[in-house]
Ligand binder design. Structure first.
Ligand code: CA
Length: 322
């Protein structure tokens, strides 16, 4: 007997581009899809050309290998705790791998990477995140776009602490300076978020090579105007490149679609359960951000800031200690 079709169909597309200014691509992406699940990752390496590539590669491959894939359609099974633990553990392993690599290969000293991951099972999305690559949720009914992840940049920490108006965060000269990345210390704090999605939603994971050129409302407009995730991801890459392509650009688009063959009505499948965010509350987060500002040696990522910004300069640049 044929089993009922799941009420949700997931379609996805991943692309990465070196951009217009860089000679190599330090981003690594990964997309694995199966019966009603998607595992997607974006990592943006830093620390010099070879080191950045290596850091993001280690991160993506280690987490990929550390996550057990669902065996069958599990759309209705919100088994989020185990996947949360798997993601946290895999991030720690990846972090240690990068730290060890930097110790064993002195030429890679200072290597690090961002890592933003979503594990989507049916309509249940679990995100894990370190750095400033982003995950966005776009709703098709109200054209709303929400940034799921919080950038681990000094500028964002200042905004969260109330020391910098959000409107001044954009285009801030220190906007690309991270206070948290994989490869920075022997332990890494991982932000984990949990979201219940609806048919019509889109998820976008991206590196900062996209967001430095394409605003969130433009991302929303593009992914909603292309019903096919493959053409949506291409349109986003093309727009970033058309606007200068200053950095490597990585984009993953996931579309959550109602399955017209489903035996259940969509409304029966997706309830109005409020979003559960498994992270520190805002107050504690502000404290944490301030503590980290005072205690953690910052990493200055190797970001394209124009032609004068050499890779070796990026590796060694530091903010003065307080
Ligand atoms: Ca980048």
């Amino acid at each position: 007997m044929q089993s009922p079709e799941p009420a949700i169909r997931l379609r996805s597309s991943a692309r990465t581009s070196t951009g217009q200014k860089r000679e190599n691509n330090e981003d690594h992406i990964h997309l694995k899809t199966g019966d009603n699940f998607v595992l997607a990752m974006v990592a943006d390496g830093m620390g010099g050309a070879a080191a950045g590539e290596e850091a993001s590669r280690i991160a993506v491959e280690t987490v990929r290998d550390g996550i057990s894939m669902p065996n069958s359609a599990t759309g209705g099974d919100a088994d989020s705790a185990p996947i949360t633990e798997q993601l946290r553990d895999a991030f720690q392993v990846a972090n240690l791998e990068i730290v060890r690599k930097a110790i064993s290969s002195p030429e890679m000293r200072g290597m690090g990477t961002t890592l933003t991951v979503v594990m989507l099972r049916g309509t249940y999305a679990t995100f894990a995140h370190v750095g400033d690559s982003r995950a966005y949720l776009v709703h098709d009914n109200d054209l709303n776009i929400v940034q799921i992840t919080s950038d681990h940049t000094f500028v964002q920490a200042l905004v969260l602490a109330g020391h910098l108006p959000p409107e001044q965060a954009e285009d801030h000269p220190m906007g690309n300076v991270l206070y948290r990345a994989l490869g920075q210390a022997e332990q890494v704090e991982v932000d984990v978020y949990f979201k219940r999605l609806r048919a019509g939603d889109r998820l976008v994971l991206c590196s900062d090579g996209l967001t430095r050129h394409v605003k969130p409302n433009e991302i929303a407009g593009l992914v909603l105007s292309h019903s096919d995730p493959d053409s949506a991801s291409q349109a986003l890459i093309d727009l970033a490149n058309a606007r200068g392509g200053e950095d490597n650009i990585s984009v993953i688009v996931i579309a959550v679609e109602g399955n017209p063959d489903a035996v259940f009505q969509q409304d029966d499948e997706v309830d109005e359960a409020p979003t559960l965010v498994l992270k520190q509350n805002p107050f504690r987060r502000r404290q944490a951000a301030t503590e980290e500002l005072n205690s953690v040696e910052p990493v200055v990522p190797d970001r394209a800031e124009g032609e004068g910004d050499s890779r070796s300069e990026g590796r060694d640049a530091r903010i003065p200690e307080q």
